[in-house]
Design a protein around this ligand. Structure first.
Ligand SMILES: Cc1ncc(COP(=O)(O)O)c(C=O)c1O
Length: 397
């Protein structure tokens, strides 16, 4: 029996319900569906990484590590970032290890944003951004990215600037938009913020999932932008271990100092053996350099498997998601279509409308292709039944 509630409760996030990921994962379980909804891999992580973490535990790395993170891991992150993006972040003063990218984003915003500050957020957006801004008492200003390519309209950004704009929160490669920033985009961003006090928060958790010969335009590459940016990464995404929740924030020393002031009173520090294991694992650069090709193969396989399914696949320049329009099958809202897809066809996806605060609905759903080949084949086989629904003239209104 539930306890009675005897105290008044005033929610700080009254609009926040259960996230769509939880809802769709629960539905996937209920219907025995192939779960291409939530973004996590179903293949195992590298056994060498498990060994290194186990070794760290056996070696006694089981007590509180340093507040900003195990130094060996911060040094390994610095070496990786220098190798890939050519910037030498100082492991002592410019790198902080966090409990996943989500905590890095949350802590950065709590540390730096004040009531009255405006934070530009692009939608569709990862669902933690807006609540993090709201909890800091700041104001989210949302700009829409739109179907089919979800790219930033820099003129719209210019128009949205006010004297109170203090942050631009970016995500490249973009989830769920699957777009990536180009060098030209980065140049536009630099020009826009040049004469302003704006700090850029750059969520780059999908940095290793950029395709078709393009390179990841990390803000770490760019002298001017790096000097006013917090660049955020995630080992959960990079090494297929989303349940480990270890990420990091790279930022100039003055910003890092503020981020750490809040970090020390939220999580204080991040679990020790995983940090030691990751530090040792990162010593071999082939472990991350092979990732773009690995994920490109999955993307290409999944797209090929869906070639005859009456879904219109949107271009996927980055991330491990594939977007699809379903207008040939149905006119119903994306949330309804996604629920029908899981209940009647046994495949879970995420409706893109869930990533817009106002529910903007371009009739698009998102599939995660970070899955084993047999999972992708099974999903495609189930989705192939959509052809029969179209052939029988059963388009839903
Ligand atoms: C854009 C984006 N940022 C951050 C995260 C979360 O990263 P982490 O699991 O390291 O907190 C996700 C996870 O889906 C994401 O899609």
């Amino acid at each position: 029996m539930q306890m009675p509630n005897l105290v008044p409760v005033r929610s700080k996030l009254p609009a926040a319900g259960t996230t769509i990921f939880t809802v769709m994962s629960a539905l996937a379980q209920k219907h025995g569906a192939v779960n291409l909804g939530q973004g996590f891999p179903d293949f195992p992580i590298d056994p060498a990484l498990i060994d290194l973490v186990t070794d760290a535990m056996r070696a006694g790395h089981n007590q509180y590590p340093l507040m900003p993170g195990v130094l060996a891991l911060r040094e390994a992150i610095a070496a990786k970032v220098q190798r890939l993006y050519g910037r030498a972040y100082d492991p002592v003063n410019e790198i902080t290890v966090t409990t996943g990218a989500t905590q890095a984003i949350f802590t950065t915003i709590q540390a730096l944003a004040h009531p009255g500050d405006e934070v530009i957020v692009f939608e569709p957006a990862y669902d933690s951004y807006v609540p993090a801004v709201q909890l800091a008492g700041a104001t989210p200003v949302t700009l829409a990215l739109t179907v089919p390519d979800y790219r930033i309209d820099w003129e719209a950004v210019r128009r949205a600037l006010t004297p109170r704009t203090r942050f631009i929160l970016l995500n490249t490669p973009n989830n769920p938009g699957t777009s990536v920033l180009s060098a030209a985009d980065v140049a536009q961003l630099a020009a826009i913020v040049r004469a302003t006090p704006i700090v850029v928060i750059s969520d780059e958790v999908y940095e290793h999932m950029v395709y078709d010969g393009a390179r990841h335009e990390s803000l770490a590459r760019h002298d001017e932008l790096a000097a006013r940016s917090v660049v955020i990464g995630s080992f959960g995404k990079t090494f297929h271990a989303t349940g480990w929740k270890v990420g990091y924030a790279l930022a100039p020393a003055a910003l890092t100092a503020e981020i750490r002031r809040v970090h020390q009173f939220t999580v204080f520090t991040v679990n020790s053996p995983v940090q030691h294991g990751l530090a040792a694992f990162l010593a071999d650069s082939s472990r991350y350099e092979a990732l773009p090709q690995f994920f490109a193969q999955k993307r290409d396989l999944f797209r090929a498997l869906l070639a005859d399914v009456p879904l219109d696949l949107l271009p996927c320049a980055g991330s491990y998601f594939q977007l699809a329009r379903y207008g040939r099958i149905s006119d119903e809202p994306a949330a309804m279509f996604a629920q029908r897809l899981v209940a009647d066809y046994g495949v879970a996806s995420i409706p893109l409308s869930a990533f817009y605060r106002d529910g903007t609905d371009h009739r698009v759903v998102r599939f995660c292709f970070a899955k084993r080949e047999e999972t992708l084949r099974e999903a495609a086989q189930r989705l192939a039944r959509l052809s029969a629904a179209v052939a029988s003239g059963g388009k839903r209104g």
